[in-house]
Design a protein around this ligand. Structure first.
Ligand SMILES: Cc1cc2nc3c(=O)[nH]c(=O)nc-3n(C[C@H](O)[C@H](O)[C@H](O)COP(=O)(O)OP(=O)(O)OC[C@H]3O[C@@H](n4cnc5c(N)ncnc54)[C@H](O)[C@@H]3O)c2cc1C
Length: 304
């Protein structure tokens, strides 16, 4: 049960970004309320890679370890709830949750991550996060040299193909019905033995989440054993009045994450669309330090 209603900092979202901010603030003796509904976007994966000392960890285990570490700090309280509204007047923020509770704080960090909408390809849900992934830096190493399907179209077609070619020379690009592939891109791919299939994808066949075949509308069955997909459309699942979105569809914030509303910060995927676990944690740490400095100054002036 949450003990107070006024906090130094309320953090919305308990992924690596939010939990890292909570730790640095809690250790700085700030009272922190971390509100998390517990539905991270990468929950579909079995293993997260690239976080030094935690490479290959299961997302659930990562969360459990982080939560256990945060529990050591009496300054940090955790609430399982969904934030519905963030408001502010003068120097205080108010937060309203789905359960109808209202909390106040001097600073707020939005660390909600993003929610994504998968394209409606039959069978994609069965393989997404198990053998088809959005990020080669996260999951490319384990698929090196495999027969890869790459689902991409439009202006990212060539750059994503080049990137994936770094991990495997056996790549087939599926544009899922998008036929306007620039001639130069076609030529560059052809020269490297990369086929571009423009027929719409009818279905992905798999066995226990492992992709086996891409079936196209023109009747082809193309064997592939893993794949990558251009980032599915994603959005920040919380409306904050007056805060604009950046080019990545995240919320606009400066390099420390502060938005144009003083004291309101945004970090991690909610700002950058795809920060990675270690990037989100780093942003949480940085915003936490920045916020504590601003509170130290405020408290110093008050006591004078
Ligand atoms: C399929 C897939 C595989 C990935 N693999 C890797 C990998 O191997 N390595 C890697 O570094 N990165 C990987 N990522 C990316 C990584 O998961 C994110 O970049 C990272 O989790 C972002 O951290 P975050 O703290 O910003 O947000 P998240 O981890 O998404 O956490 C946000 C939290 O906020 C909660 N929340 C949202 N809205 C509200 C609300 N209104 N009220 C309360 N709580 C709310 C969510 O439920 C969630 O628990 C992968 C992503 C995907 C989709």
């Amino acid at each position: 049960m949450v003990q107070e209603s006024m906090f130094d900092v309320i953090i919305v979202g308990g992924g690596p970004g939010g939990m890292s901010a909570a730790m640095v603030l809690g250790r700085a003796l700030r009272t922190v309320l971390l509100i998390d509904e517990g539905e991270p976007r990468h929950a579909v994966t079995k293993a997260s890679h690239g976080y030094l000392t935690r490479d290959g960890i299961e997302p659930d285990t990562f969360r459990t370890i982080a939560q256990q570490e945060l529990q050591q700090y009496p300054t940090i309280q955790r609430l399982g709830d969904t934030v519905r509204a963030v408001g502010w007047e003068k120097s205080y923020f108010s937060i309203v949750t789905a359960s109808g509770a209202r909390w106040w704080s001097r600073r707020v960090i939005i660390a909600t991550g993003m929610k994504e909408t998968l394209p409606s390809i039959k069978g994609l849900k069965d393989v997404y996060g198990i053998s088809v992934f959005p990020c080669p830096y996260c999951d490319g190493f384990e698929r090196k040299g495999k027969s890869l399907a790459l689902f991409v179209s439009g202006e990212k077609l060539l750059s994503f193909t080049k990137l994936l070619y770094n991990w495997s020379r056996d790549v087939i690009v599926f544009t899922n019905g998008y036929s306007e592939v620039p001639v130069a891109a076609q030529k560059e791919c052809e020269e490297r033995g990369i086929r571009i299939v423009t027929s719409p994808v009818k279905a992905l066949l798999s066995h226990r989440g492992v992709l086996t075949t891409v079936v196209t509308h023109n009747g082809e069955h193309i064997a592939r054993n893993a794949g990558f997909i251009d980032h599915p459309p994603a959005y920040v699942p919380l409306y904050i009045p007056g805060i604009t979105h950046n080019k990545r569809h995240g919320l606009e914030g400066d390099h420390h994450g502060e938005t144009k509303v003083k004291g309101l910060y945004v970090i991690g995927d909610a700002k950058n669309a795809f920060t990675g676990l270690i990037g989100a944690a780093a942003e949480g740490y940085e915003a936490g330090v920045e916020i504590n400095h601003s509170l130290v100054e405020e408290d110093w002036d008050r006591r004078n």
